[in-house]
Ligand binder design. Structure first.
Ligand SMILES: C[S@@+](CC[C@H](N)C(=O)[O-])C[C@H]1O[C@@H](n2cnc3c(N)ncnc32)[C@H](O)[C@@H]1O
Length: 155
């Protein structure tokens, strides 16, 4: 994701908060807005990253992406790790929300652990279709060890 110190970042489905921790460590004037629809995900991310919350670098909210209201006008980067919604169903409303809020030149990064390689072609196909239909340009990257795929959607 090549996080820059001034980036405005949204994380969807922050869960235990490890992703938020890695991103916040790279931000200076930038901010991370992390959402999870589950209360436990929000609590865990806050607890793990209290110092970033206190510093005003991280805001964590219990919200479903479908009802997102981001308190920043312009997002450079959006990411999600192991959040299935983008490939298990049509998600035109959610993708449209992201397209509205990501600045031209910004991107949405969807990462999936490829622990079950037989699922990868379908994940890539379905997620790419959803993002293309929402007006993004899509590319795919793959890391072998540990196995992770990244679907990158540029605005
Ligand atoms: C498998 S967990 C991954 C958590 C974390 N990203 C990680 O890799 O450790 C998926 C998380 O996404 C959240 N989630 C799924 N769909 C969501 C949605 N539509 N809006 C917000 N959060 C969502 C779930 O509540 C869950 O915490």
């Amino acid at each position: 994701m090549d996080v820059q110190p001034a980036d405005q970042v949204l994380e969807i489905g922050c869960g235990p908060g490890a992703g938020a921790e890695a991103i916040c460590a790279k931000l200076e004037t930038g901010k991370l807005f992390a959402i999870d629809r589950s209360e436990s995900g929000v609590d865990r991310t806050k607890r793990r990253n209290q110092k970033y919350v206190d510093a005003g670098r991280l805001v964590v909210r219990q919200i479903d992406l479908a009802t997102l209201r981001v308190p920043v006008k312009r997002l450079n980067k959006v990411f999600a790790f192991n959040v299935n919604l983008f490939w298990v169903r049509a998600c035109d409303d959610e993708v449209a929300l992201l397209h509205e809020r990501v600045v031209p030149g910004g991107a949405v990064y969807l990462f999936y652990e490829a622990a079950r390689p037989e699922l990868v072609p379908n994940i890539v196909k379905k997620a790419s279709e959803n993002l293309l239909r929402g007006g993004f340009r899509v590319s795919v990257v793959e890391q072998k060890a540990p196995p992770v795929i990244g679907i990158i959607a540029r605005r």
